[in-house]
Design a protein around this ligand. Structure first.
Ligand code: ATP
Length: 237
């Protein structure tokens, strides 16, 4: 069953056409990956789904409802959570306070259970619970950013480059958690990654974005085996 459908979506920044008519489908319970070079429009796609910037054409349908005109706080209320590139945690607040903020939209009765779940997922956050988030390492901040999104009990999790700038061991942990969230909680995930190898291995389906257009799509493992994809995105991967 389709959870999210983009049809002919165009997004401009002034004269720059970042998305030029994109069709993407995310089904309930899937991990879908978007890969593509720098500037292909991947981040713009995630941000457009969330409502900032707005698409100039096309339709975005989520749970059967057209959401083109909804601002980010409304799409968040519908259960769409984004973990943006660069994480954007609140550096002066503690780990715990960041998690509390993430839970603002969720039913307070789930708070303790969800907190325990996140701290189990990333035990290092338990040790860092009362530390200011700005003092965490890059990997810990990414774990916190993902946990903060989870505290809102999203039905669609959008992850923008979660492995960016992290050490290989941490990257592994992040990807394991993504797979686990999907397997054990049935979480639907749209994942943008430069790290095409890990992301395609994990994905049920994937899209390749190039200059604002989808140029290829298929099963994650199918694209992983595709010679064109390998040559363009997996050199040294
Ligand atoms: P990256 O991996 O570098 O983040 P990306 O695939 O996510 O790349 P986008 O960041 O979506 O690509 O950028 C798509 C195009 O839109 C690029 O040409 C970029 O320069 C342009 N762009 C992105 N954000 C803005 C902005 N705020 N104002 C103007 N142009 C922008």
């Amino acid at each position: 069953m389709s959870l999210l459908t983009l049809k002919g979506v165009r997004t401009n920044y002034g004269p720059i056409e970042a998305l030029r008519g994109v069709d993407v489908e995310v089904n309930q319970g899937e991990i879908v990956t978007l890969i593509g070079a720098n500037g292909a429009g991947k981040s713009t796609l995630l941000m457009t789904i969330c409502g900032q910037p707005r698409p100039s054409a096309g339709t975005i349908t989520y749970e059967g409802r057209v959401i083109n005109d909804l601002p980010p706080h409304e799409t968040a209320k519908l259960g769409i959570a984004q973990v943006p590139e660069g994480r954007r945690i609140f550096p002066r607040m503690t780990v715990f306070e960041n998690l509390q903020l993430g839970a603002t939209l969720a039913d307070p009765q789930h708070f303790e259970t969800d907190l325990a779940y996140c701290l189990d997922l990333f035990p290092i956050l338990k040790q860092r619970r009362d530390q200011r988030a700005g003092t965490l390492s890059g990997g810990e901040q990414q774990m916190l950013a993902i946990s903060r999104a989870l505290m809102g009990r999203p039905r669609l999790l959008l992850l923008d480059e979660p492995s960016l700038g992290l050490a290989p061991l941490i990257i592994r942990r992040i990807f394991d958690v993504i797979a686990d969230l999907n397997r054990t909680r049935g979480m639907t995930i749209l994942l943008v990654e430069q790290n095409a190898y890990h992301a395609l291995k994990l994905a049920h389906r994937a899209y390749v974005l190039q200059q604002g257009l989808v140029v290829m799509q298929g099963g994650g493992k199918e694209l992983l085996a595709n010679p064109e994809v390998r040559a363009a995105y997996l050199e040294g991967g």
